[in-house]
Write a protein that binds this ligand. Structure first.
Ligand code: PHB
Length: 394
């Protein structure tokens, strides 16, 4: 079956779904094609912190109803090392905040709004293949419900994640990947227990990084640094809590335990594509870049890409093509700053190596943390980046 639309979006994660809403607000037609089922996408546990600018983007579309009701506004974070917890008060330092609200909840809100609008979203599609991106009439082929479809569009948007098909169809001579693997991973758990802290705790400990986050007043999210090849089967609930108590413990504070409802290990990598645009194809979110999760930038970077691209497409159809031509450069410029911040946070807070070199590195990290927590300038820099840099061009 042939379908004609204006923008064909591949991927119904937060980036693709949000772009659909931005386009709809400008009266631009779109179709979203997604290989996974709706249930699968809603079941993926991902990040949980929204920058102030991400909240603003959702609010500008009236998609912030549940977010305002259930999101937890946080004034800052704690940085912890050598048994001491230091409060970094973003509100006081720069007058900005972040909102703790799970990616799953964001995705759920976006899906419900698409249901209400009657948007064309094809979940559970197979054989998804964009083609003709070097022509003015690109198309996306896919099979849905046993029927073959071909969507003709002006533009194809790759919102299909790091492993998605869209980036892979850019000719290899036209794109370079900048990649970096880290020698550690995160073991993450969800536990049915009220958070033991009012704000997120990022802790450096000689045994490795640990973090206390949350999803709601009754659900905690906690992380432990583990080996990249660690096997989750080796981590009993008891061993996980033991590690969390050891690494997060400070005098006079107790970590509450609860039933662990989910646990998994995520590798950590940095990746940036050299371009987010080839012909009629534009990449957004994880399809174009990945950051390690320290600092919670992945979802926010996807939102900022989409905000920039949505504005550029809107200008394009209002007769100004310049903004769209500059999308890749603007998004990558912000992304490289995000890469820098995520790497800085990651390397400041994770342990690596063995023996004398590891000890020297650890002492250096303490020096770095002493400097950061003791300097208002450094704290303001952290606060500025954590709460989110401006989104250019929106
Ligand atoms: C989370 O809640 O999953 C989370 C929060 C902050 C981070 C990373 C992950 O830096």
């Amino acid at each position: 079956m042939k379908i004609r639309t204006t923008v064909a979006i591949v991927g119904a994660g937060p980036a693709g779904l949000l772009l659909g809403h931005l386009l709809a607000a400008s009266g631009i037609d779109f179709v979203i094609i997604e290989a996974r089922s709706r249930e699968y996408i809603l079941s993926r546990i991902r990040a949980g912190v929204l920058e102030e600018s991400s909240v603003d983007v959702l609010a500008s579309l009236g998609l912030d109803g549940r977010l305002r009701e259930h999101g937890l506004v946080h004034d800052g974070i704690y940085l912890q090392y050598e048994g001491t917890r230091h409060h970094v008060d973003f509100s006081e330092l720069i007058g900005r905040t972040v909102t703790v609200y799970g990616q799953q909840q964001v995705v759920n809100d976006l899906m419900l709004a698409h249901d209400e609008a009657g948007s064309a979203v094809y979940f559970g599609s197979s054989d998804v293949l964009p083609w003709g991106i070097e022509t003015p009439r690109p198309s996306v082929n896919f099979v849905h419900g046993g029927q073959s479809y071909s969507v003709d569009a002006d533009f194809v948007i790759g919102a299909d994640g790091f492993h998605g098909v869209c980036r892979s169809i850019i000719p290899s001579g036209a794109i370079t990947s900048y990649q970096r693997e880290y020698p550690f991973a995160w073991l993450g758990i969800l536990a049915d227990v009220p958070p033991s802290t009012d704000e997120l705790i990022y802790a450096l400990h000689p045994e490795g990084f640990a973090m206390h986050s949350m999803r709601s007043p009754s659900v905690s999210r906690l992380y432990l640094q583990v080996e990249p090849d660690d096997d989750i089967a080796q981590w009993s609930d008891e061993r996980i809590w033991e590690g969390l108590h050891e690494r997060l413990g400070v005098e006079g504070w107790t970590l509450r335990e609860g039933e662990i409802t989910e646990k998994s290990i995520t590798p950590m990598r940095s990746f940036v594509a050299s371009t987010l645009n080839h012909g009629a194809l534009f990449l957004v979110g994880d399809a174009g870049h990945i950051v390690p999760p320290t600092g919670a930038k992945g979802l926010n970077a996807a939102i900022s890409d989409v905000a920039m691209l949505g504005a550029a497409l809107s200008s394009y159809y209002a007769g100004d093509a310049g903004s769209l031509a500059g999308y890749s450069g603007r998004a990558l410029s912000r992304q490289w700053k995000t890469q820098y911040f995520s790497r800085w946070m990651t390397e400041m807070l994770h342990t690596t190596g063995t023996g004398a070199e590891a000890q020297s590195r650890y002492r250096g990290q303490i020096g770095q943390l002493d400097y950061v927590t003791g300097s208002r300038f450094a704290l303001q820099g952290l606060a500025e980046q954590y709460t989110g840099l401006p989104i250019d061009g929106i």
